[in-house]
Design a protein around this ligand. Structure first.
Ligand SMILES: NC(=O)c1ccc[n+]([C@@H]2O[C@H](COP(=O)([O-])OP(=O)(O)OC[C@H]3O[C@@H](n4cnc5c(N)ncnc54)[C@H](OP(=O)(O)O)[C@@H]3O)[C@@H](O)[C@H]2O)c1
Length: 326
């Protein structure tokens, strides 16, 4: 099969298109004919060898994908050959075929195409569990989303609205802010042109925000820590800006603030029931038309490295997808 190969740790431009043996479904496993794969920041970190998990070289990156079941291993009864599914195998999705545990696959909701499905689980799953399970976001509270025009950020805007919050979207360009507004944001802040802390204070009449969704890190995290309401929760999602923020504990004390870590990928093994229940609610929201997944660019398999480059250079809006048949 054709596959994108990572032969050594490095930047995405070191990835090559090559041939690899088709995976075989072991007991309890299935293989997929991959139709499309979502492009994630984690793929870049994985290729650099800096991710939490480090696969053996050579490997194919590709955290998540959608396709049809191609083969089923011994003991598999929850899916059948030909079923349309999406899954987060962790690695291997930038290829024509991938193997995964049968228990990890989700049925693609009615009416969702492969490109959309490929980019659905990680971003929506992260935002949903971050805001519900970790952030305990309640209807009527105020949510501030950083990087709100990006992959996970835009889904946090939609999930925040679905949960009944007032959503403030913050991003670096008017294009990203327009997109966030089109996806439901009530207010927008351009944190390049405006002082984030002053803008939040003005929008909340000095009260601050109840929950912050932060996939960016760096100086922005420090600024938002001073923009929180009493008993606010700062959700640590990621560090797209490249700097892991150091948190000053004195800010936490004076306003009862919690800084809460979120690692969505670990729910699959640590809390499988929570993981599936979250997906069920997202599938329901999608079927009710409350989520509008935004795939802004589609790349052929041979250009997977270019897709990662677009993400890395801060140019992406919404989700990027590698379409295997393109
Ligand atoms: N914790 C979890 O379980 C989990 C799950 C999924 C993703 N993540 C993490 O969340 C982060 C965002 O992922 P994503 O897929 O949403 O990426 P993305 O689409 O590239 O969004 C990241 C956003 O960060 C902002 N940003 C600021 N400085 C940046 C820089 N130097 N380079 C790139 N972006 C920069 C950009 O928005 P502006 O231009 O508007 O500032 C960009 O839209 C990553 O760190 C990823 O690993 C974590």
């Amino acid at each position: 099969m054709r596959a994108i190969l990572c032969n050594d740790w490095g930047e995405p431009d070191t990835l090559v298109l090559g041939e690899a043996p088709s995976p075989v479904a072991g007991p309890g496993e299935v293989t997929l004919r991959v139709r499309a794969a979502g492009v994630n920041f984690a793929d870049i970190v994985l290729v650099r060898g800096q991710y939490q998990e480090k696969p053996d070289l050579p490997f194919s990156p590709g955290l998540e994908c959608a396709g049809e079941i191609l083969t089923v291993g011994e003991g598999v009864s929850n899916v059948a050959v030909g079923d349309r599914v999406m899954v987060v195998p962790g690695v291997g999705a930038f290829a024509e075929e991938v193997s995964t545990k049968a228990s990890d696959v989700f049925a693609i909701p009615e009416g969702m195409d492969f490109d959309t499905a490929a980019a659905f689980p990680v971003a929506y799953g992260t935002s949903h569990l971050a805001l519900t399970d970790r952030g305990a976001l309640k209807a009527g509270e105020t949510l501030l989303v950083l990087g709100a025009g990006g992959g996970v950020g835009l889904t946090a805007v939609e999930c925040g609205k679905a949960l009944g919050a007032t959503v403030i979207a913050a991003a670096s360009t008017s294009e990203k802010l327009d997109l966030a507004q089109a996806h439901g944001a009530d207010h927008v802040i351009n944190y390049v042109d405006e002082d984030l802390r002053a803008a939040v204070r003005k929008l909340t009449d000095g009260a601050g925000v109840d929950v912050v969704y932060d996939p960016v890190g760096g100086d922005l995290s420090k600024a938002v820590l001073r923009s929180m309401a009493w008993s606010g929760r700062l959700l640590v999602i990621g560090f797209a800006a490249g700097e892991v923020p150091q948190i000053a504990a004195n800010y936490l004390l004076v306003k009862n603030i919690s800084v809460v870590g979120v690692y969505w990928g670990a729910y699959k093994t640590k809390e499988p029931e929570t993981y599936r229940a979250s997906f069920d609610e997202l599938a329901k929201w999608y079927s009710e038309g409350r989520l509008k997944p935004h795939v802004s660019q589609v790349f052929p398999l041979a250009q997977a490295a270019e897709a990662l480059g677009v993400l890395e250079s801060r140019q992406a809006t919404g989700r990027l997808v590698v379409d295997i048949d393109a």
